[in-house]
Design a protein around this ligand. Sequence first.
Ligand SMILES: Cc1cc2nc3c(=O)[nH]c(=O)nc-3n(C[C@H](O)[C@H](O)[C@H](O)COP(=O)(O)OP(=O)(O)OC[C@H]3O[C@@H](n4cnc5c(N)ncnc54)[C@H](O)[C@@H]3O)c2cc1C
Length: 498
Amino acid sequence: MNKIYDIFIVGGGINGCGIARDAASRGYSVTLAEKNDLSSGTSSASSKLIHGGLRYLENYEFLLVRKALKERDTLLSIAPHIVKEFRIILPHHKGLRPAWMLKLGLMLYDSLYFSKFIKRSRSIDISSHSSQGVLLDFYSQGFEYSDCTADDSRLTILNAVDAKKLGADIHTRTFVNKIEQIDNIWEVQTTNSLSGESQTVKAKVVINATGPWVDTFLKDSYEKSSDKNIRLVKGSHIVLKKIFNHDYSYIFQNADGRIFFAIPWEGEFTFIGTTDVDFNEDIDDISASEAEISYIIESANEYFNNKISRGDVVSSWSGVRPLFENGGQKAQKVSRDYVIREDSRVDDSALVNVFGGKLTTFRQLSEDVVDLIESIIGHKKPSSTSKNHLPGGNFKAIDKEALIHDLSKKYDYLDLDYLERLYNLYGTRAELVLSKVFTIGDLGLNFGKSLYQVEVDYLMKEEFALFPEDITERRTKLYLFLNENNLKELGRYMEKNR
Ligand SMILES: Cc1cc2nc3c(=O)[nH]c(=O)nc-3n(C[C@H](O)[C@H](O)[C@H](O)COP(=O)(O)OP(=O)(O)OC[C@H]3O[C@@H](n4cnc5c(N)ncnc54)[C@H](O)[C@@H]3O)c2cc1C
């Protein structure tokens, strides 16, 4: 109770964890509380794109697109293990926009920020392209362009891991019940859902990085206001056994103007989404509705030869975008940019609220939030988050294959697919996962597929994993492959070792 932190962050999504990393790297004392698991909110439910957002050009959001494209390059260089370039096919739909307009849009997209890494767009003849045969014959012309994809949860968790390395205290399963400003110090009341223990923590600045809960938090925990600052827009994705056999993704436009993607995933799957519908229900209980699932299936069937039906859906996920409210527009038209607002300033104490944002721009958002804090509590060091690698990302993307090859020589008794999986999740930290492995038996218990005890131990010790779903849904995507017995055994092991 005696320590007074510089910064208390509420929320362990991409923004909260990004802010923790930036602030800790500048030398501020930081603590973060997340009521559930890190990234358990919107930051595990996105379309997993690190992109400028081709569709935002339609809304003339050139500055946002440029900012996001710049961040795409930064994230590629600081996290090459989890941020990857992929090629996307944009078929020309004769009933929608003219081809020249799409071409112009892509030229603009390429030139708003000249990427150091990313290939440029080009026109393609789909009927003779290597992806041929997947789309209906109606789609014979189109374009291909590049963007990046990243596992949203891993991006979030790696920020928290780095923040902790830099000195931040990260508390998961810790709900912030109440904040109260007494003179120029905040008293933050928290409850840990595992131990049931409550605590009061002091800090100069509180950051409300609760994403879609941002207004609920102000109302319930600060009793500050009943303002509606954000608009909640729900998006859902469905997962199917892979519906095409190449590495390209697709971007499609529906007749109603909505955009959706079909993206190869985890080797054996394709995910398709997203929808974009206003949401006024319980944010703590979100799932894809049957209407949304049907909408996605019907939309995909307008494009693919391989027809899909409800029975093909193996899983789905849904999330809610917290968009800054700018009144009355269609959900697709509301800006995806962020707004940072200072409130309740007393001397060097304040509350900072974060509204809106994108996964792609979290690092810049975090830097902007900490710049604001600097103006409230004083300067320490400049931000270095655009230059310093995220944990495991200290290599160049072009060297990745050679590094995996080196790893396979060192661990020649382990399966190459397993080593590749580890490298794609942990980068150079794969060696840390395997640090006590000298024979195949040292991998320990197997919990199904290629999930061994060494990885579980690593995730519990280094990446804040406490429950099976923390590992199978967020730190890896092994839930797609494991069965109920595997999960039960994993649960028993984790409970014993928690
Ligand atoms: C369907 C969909 C697709 C998207 N696709 C993309 C995309 O492809 N690319 C892109 O750039 N962006 C995308 N986005 C946007 C992006 O996902 C979000 O902007 C981002 O994840 C928001 O992060 P956040 O940290 O603000 O919120 P969250 O991730 O929701 O984090 C807030 C956290 O606060 C915690 N919390 C709430 N109240 C409390 C409390 N009282 N005490 C403690 N903790 C609390 C919650 O548990 C939660 O974990 C998408 C969004 C959606 C919904």
